[in-house]
Design a binder for this molecule. Structure first.
Ligand SMILES: CC(C)(COP(=O)(O)OP(=O)(O)OC[C@H]1O[C@@H](n2cnc3c(N)ncnc32)[C@H](O)[C@@H]1OP(=O)(O)O)[C@@H](O)C(=O)NCCC(=O)NCCS
Length: 165
């Protein structure tokens, strides 16, 4: 069964399925320059639809939980968590034509609550190119805190809120 996380009435996150390979490839292929503008290697990793399909059926890192972001039947982007014990790294991208609608901020909030509440994570972090101001704004809006700079990367972290009753 495919894991689905409802973000809101407009957006759903669905764990990658083999039948999504064409939609994922088309989204990446239309957005190669957009995805690579800050040195990210997503576009380079997926030169063909077959490579995308193989990455779903035989993932190189099974600890990376990858979701498609769906608005009805349209794939608008992708978001993932790479699990490392009680921590996870978050990563994501949107098709350029779907920017400016807060899709990513809303999806980051949803996957963070999934990570904390359903996976029992204690810490989620992100590494973002220091000049990627849109991504940095997404993280701040979704509750992350800026921690430090490491080379060209800005590191953001969100810790699970422990509430005592
Ligand atoms: C990063 C990305 C997901 C942001 O998408 P988006 O649709 O702009 O996201 P949202 O609408 O949820 O929010 C973007 C925020 O950044 C701000 N923003 C957008 N472009 C900006 C820019 N060039 N400079 C400064 N802020 C910017 C917006 O005003 C908004 O801030 P607000 O919530 O305070 O109003 C999208 O640009 C993307 O996919 N980029 C390519 C891949 C990528 O960089 N992935 C992240 C790798 S770490």
């Amino acid at each position: 069964m495919t894991l689905e996380l409802v973000v809101d009435e407009e957006l759903q996150l669905k764990e990658f399925r083999p039948e999504d390979a064409a939609a994922i490839f088309n989204l990446i292929d239309r957005n190669r320059a957009h995805l690579s503008q800050h040195g990210d290697d997503t576009a380079q990793k997926y030169p063909t639809e077959t490579v995308v399909y193989e990455s779903i059926v035989h993932p190189k890192n099974p600890q990376r939980k990858r979701f498609g972001m769906w608005s009805e039947d349209t794939l608008v982007g992708s978001i993932n968590l790479t699990l490392e014990g009680h921590s996870a790294e978050i990563g994501y991208y949107l098709g350029s034509e779907f920017q400016g609608k807060k899709y990513m901020t809303r999806s980051v909030r949803r996957i963070v609550s999934y990570g904390f509440d359903e996976l029992g994570l204690k810490r989620i972090y992100a590494k973002v190119h220091v000049q990627n101001m849109a991504s940095r704004a997404v993280l701040m809006a979704a509750g992350f805190s800026f921690i430090t700079l490491k080379g060209e990367s800005a590191i953001y972290v969100q810790n699970r809120n422990i509430t005592t009753t």
